[in-house]
Design a protein. Sequence first.
Length: 558
Amino acid sequence: MIRVLDPETIGQIAAGEVIERPLSVVKELVENALDADATRIAVRVRGGGLIEIEVADDGAGIAPDDLLLAVRRHATSKIANAAGLTHVDTLGFRGEGLASIAAVARLTIVSRTADADVASAIDAHAEEIGEPRPFAGPPGTRVVVRELFANVPVRREYLRSPSAEFARIAAWLATLALAYPQVGFTLEHDGKQTFAFAPDDDLAPRLRQVFGATSAPMVPVRGDDARAAVSGWVSSPGDDRADRRSQILFVNGRLLRSTLLSGAWSAAYRTFAMVGRYPYGVLYLSVPPSEVDPNVHPTKSDVRLRHGDRVVAVVKGAIASALRRGAAERLERAISFAPPLRESGSNGAASVDWAEPLLPAGGAHDAEKKTLRVLAQVDRTFILASDGDAVVLIDQHAAHERIVFEQLTANARAHAAAEPLLIPHTFEVRPEEADKLEATLDALAAGGLHVERFGENAYRVTATPARLVHAGRTRPFDVAEFIECLGDEVRGLDADQRVWASLACHSVVRAHERLEYPEMTALVERLQRCENPMHCPHGRPTIVRLEAAQIARLFKRV
Ligand code: ADP
Ligand code: MG
């Protein structure tokens, strides 16, 4: 039942809908169709929306008696009074959508409820509202909007080309479709179909439409606590974008922006993603309707959440654990050690026989798993390997950094004992270095490296991390190099982690350093045991995998 809201309620609703461009019309009409529980929504656009927009749905329909009210301002079936504003669970509730459209275009509604034998139609344009009349039509609602802005030429001046206006419509509709998988959506422009998503299909075609072909599979996210649940799909670390525009958020089915949650999303990528790059994907947050204020100004969509901190924690936790899982799975594909090469038969090249003792015991490994064989060092910087399906390249420095960084973090977490040096290593620093070093001493000690002041501008290392693995190499503590690393910006790491990241960076194998085969094998094997093996603490990738299919493309075989 549609009723006109009382003036008091109207006063509490944030300023009304503004129809600024064809997309605004499509939004109002599609949201109405979703509110009417449609399972199929067909959008047809002509001339970028300026000639005609038609949205047809198979939803609940509007009773003939209600048609007149539907196009009146502040008439809605979705809330009855101001109290209703605190638990809105529909996309619309202001009762202004259809009236605002009629004010700037010719509007025709044809609608039929499930129990009616025939549909009814009504026309509205500016102040003129026609009489409802019987009309042929299936159950559901079809709204046709023609001559948009014909009576407000100034609005037309702000519009882009028809194809640009249509592009906005297509991007918005495909994005919205991500949150309504049970609903089929079709979109057509000038008689040509742009997309058709079947109801209840899997999300893949919709994800592809919105994000394009992605370079790595997206990672599913799921998490909840007593009051908030989050799910969704996020990009793999490294497969990211230059801006936040592809971070899509639905709160209770409503497409919104949230600075707070975007922040949580990025924070979850700490140490996974490159500095200055943004993950992309779609998150669905559900919270009790009373926790969100949907009554924000229609053009400002930054959502306000009660208990925002708790929601942030849920979102961050869910994404971080999904990424860890994803990283482990990708590593599983990228690197898995196989039984000694001899088992693989004829292709046991003589050159690798001596590596056998370095490989883990064969029994521990699934015979199905691909053998990753270290083949060579390239440019004294990269480790070249292959598992028969792909060529795998490992950045030796980044990989070792990741290993040492995790070791230091683990030491600190476990309060691991440091190993005292029999003869402390003494070094001098310049005064400006002393300040920087001084600030890191506690964090270094937590990681297991004990450094103390020893005179004016001198320090000494009294203990080193006990379990620090160096792939067979140790280095003297080079403070200048260490402090230089400290200056690297590493977003998302806390102060202690930054110290460990630079300690890791300075104490590991560098690029342009020759590694022996056993060193390479050991490095790769240790990388495998890392929690986040795919990236160094600064976010750069450690492993790049070139699949056979990609190689075939390089040779123009496909
Ligand atoms: P609101 O969506 O804020 O209620 P609208 O002006 O968009 O305001 O719509 C007014 C009313 O018309 C809605 O409350 C609903 O009852 C009815 N209505 C509009 N579109 C549809 C539709 N596609 N199917 C069923 N009912 C609709
Ligand atoms: Mg509406």
